[in-house]
Write a protein that binds this ligand. Structure first.
Ligand SMILES: *Cc1c(COP(=O)(O)O)cnc(C)c1O
Length: 360
C-alpha cells in the first residue's frame, strides 16, 4: 500500500490512525456485531458515539454551556441560506465582510432572505489582504455580522477577531476550524463543513449561542431550523451518522496531539516551511499580505504558467497530488490541514526547489 501526500482543499487528507481504526471497526463496532453505518441513530451504541464526538468538540474548542452544538447536513453552502433563515429576521438585515470567493457567495445567498449590507470588501487589494477593522462600516441594527475566517480559495485568513459590539459575529470556519484555539464566546454562531479539517463530507457543524434561536423565518424547513434541531439533539432528522463517527475519531486524535495550542504550533511550523521558501524564491510567488496569510491553504504561482502542467505531473509522480489551484484563480494551491504531516510540506518544498533549478 502506498499513500500519497494529498494537498486537496477538500474533501481532504485524514489522519492515518483514524482510517486504520475505522477499517478495524468496520464490520463489528465494539462487539455490537454491526458497522456504525448500520446502526440506528437512536440506539444506545450510536448515541454513545454521538455524545463522545460532541463532548470532544466542546472540550477541544472550549465551547461554553450556553451554546448548542448541532451536527447537521447541507454543508457550508447550505448554511449560506440556513444562517439567514434562522437569524436575519430579528432585524431583517445583516452585515457581510467580503474577503474572497466564499464570503461573496455567502452574501449573495443571504440576500434572498433579507437586506445584505457589505460592511467591507477586500476588492481594492483584489482579495489579497483582510481590510483592517477601521475600514469596516458596521450597522448597529444588523441581526449579525458574517465573516469567512479562512478563504479556502484566495488563501487569506483572519488572525484577529472583528469587534462587532453587541451584534453577533457569525463565522464560516469550514477550512480552519480546529486548526488553532478560538474564543467561542466572541461568536454568536460558527459553522463548518467537516470535510476540510474535521472528517468526511456530509457533516456540517453549527455552534450557536442559545439566545439567538427562535427567530427563524416561517419558510425555514424544520430540518434546518436550529431551534428544532437543538431541542432534538440534532436528531429531528437522521444525522450523518458515519461522518459523525469518523469526526469523533478525528477529534480524539487531535486531543491526543495535545489539543488546540499544540495543533496550532504544528500548523505554524508547517506553513512556515512553505512560506519561507516561497519568499526566498523568485520563481514562485504568493501575493497575499504577510499578516493575512492562511496557515491552511497556500496558493502560489509559477513564474510562467506554461510550466503548470509539467509541475503538476512531476508532483504526481513523486506522490504529491491535488496541487492545482482553484479554476477561478489558476496557479497552484497547497492545502495543509491538520492531518498533513510536516514531511509532506518538506517533500513539496524539496520538489519545488528541484523544479526551479531545472526550469528557472
Ligand atoms: C469548502 C467550503 C465551503 C463549501 O462547502 P460545501 O460543503 O461544499 O457546502 C464553504 N465555505 C468555505 C470557507 C469552504 O472552505
Amino acid at each position: 500500500m502506498t499513500r500519497v501526500f494529498n494537498f486537496s482543499p477538500g474533501p481532504a487528507t485524514l489522519p492515518e490512525p483514524v482510517l486504520r481504526q475505522a477499517a478495524e471497526e468496520m464490520l463489528d463496532w465494539h462487539g455490537s456485531g454491526m458497522s456504525v453505518m448500520e446502526m440506528s441513530h437512536r440506539g444506545k451504541e450510536f448515541i454513545s458515539i454521538y455524545d463522545e464526538a460532541q463532548a470532544l468538540l466542546r472540550e477541544l474548542l472550549g465551547i461554553p454551556d450556553n451554546y448548542k452544538v448541532l451536527f447537521m447536513q447541507g454543508g457550508a453552502i447550505g448554511e449560506n441560506a440556513i444562517v439567514p433563515m434562522n437569524l436575519i429576521a430579528r432585524t431583517g438585515k445583516a452585515d457581510y465582510a467580503l474577503t474572497g470567493d466564499w464570503s461573496k457567495k455567502s452574501a449573495k445567498e443571504a440576500a434572498n432572505f433579507g437586506t445584505v449590507n457589505v460592511a467591507v470588501s477586500a476588492d481594492a487589494s483584489r482579495f489579497t489582504a483582510i481590510p483592517k477593522q477601521a475600514a469596516w462600516k458596521l450597522d448597529p441594527g444588523a441581526a449579525y455580522v458574517h465573516i469567512c475566517s479562512n478563504e479556502t480559495i484566495g488563501g487569506v485568513q483572519f488572525h484577529w477577531t472583528p469587534d462587532t459590539g453587541p451584534v453577533p459575529l457569525v463565522a464560516d470556519m469550514s477550512s480552519d476550524i480546529l486548526s488553532r484555539p478560538i474564543d467561542v464566546s466572541q461568536y454568536g454562531l460558527i459553522y463548518a463543513g467537516a470535510q476540510k479539517n474535521m472528517g468526511p463530507s456530509g457533516l456540517t457543524v453549527v455552534i450557536v449561542r442559545e439566545d439567538l434561536l427562535g427567530h427563524a423565518l416561517p419558510v425555514t424547513p424544520s430540518a434546518f431550523n436550529y431551534k428544532i434541531q437543538g431541542e432534538n439533539d440534532s436528531m429531528y432528522n437522521t444525522p450523518p451518522t458515519y461522518a459523525i463517527y469518523i469526526a469523533g475519531l478525528v477529534l480524539k486524535y487531535f486531543k491526543s496531539l495535545g489539543g488546540m495550542k499544540a495543533i496550532e504550533e504544528r500548523n505554524r511550523a508547517k506553513a512556515r516551511v512553505l512560506y519561507e521558501f516561497l519568499d526566498s524564491s523568485s520563481f514562485y510567488r504568493n501575493p497575499i499580505a504577510r499578516e493575512d496569510r492562511s496557515l491552511m491553504n497556500v496558493p502560489f504561482w509559477l513564474k510562467d504558467d506554461k510550466l503548470d502542467a509539467a509541475f503538476l505531473k512531476g508532483a504526481q509522480s513523486r506522490g504529491m497530488i491535488q496541487l492545482k489551484g482553484h479554476r477561478s484563480v489558476g496557479g497552484m494551491r497547497a492545502s495543509i490541514y491538520n492531518a498533513m504531516p510536516i514531511e509532506g510540506v518538506q517533500q513539496l518544498v524539496k520538489y519545488m526547489k528541484e523544479f526551479e533549478a531545472e526550469n528557472g
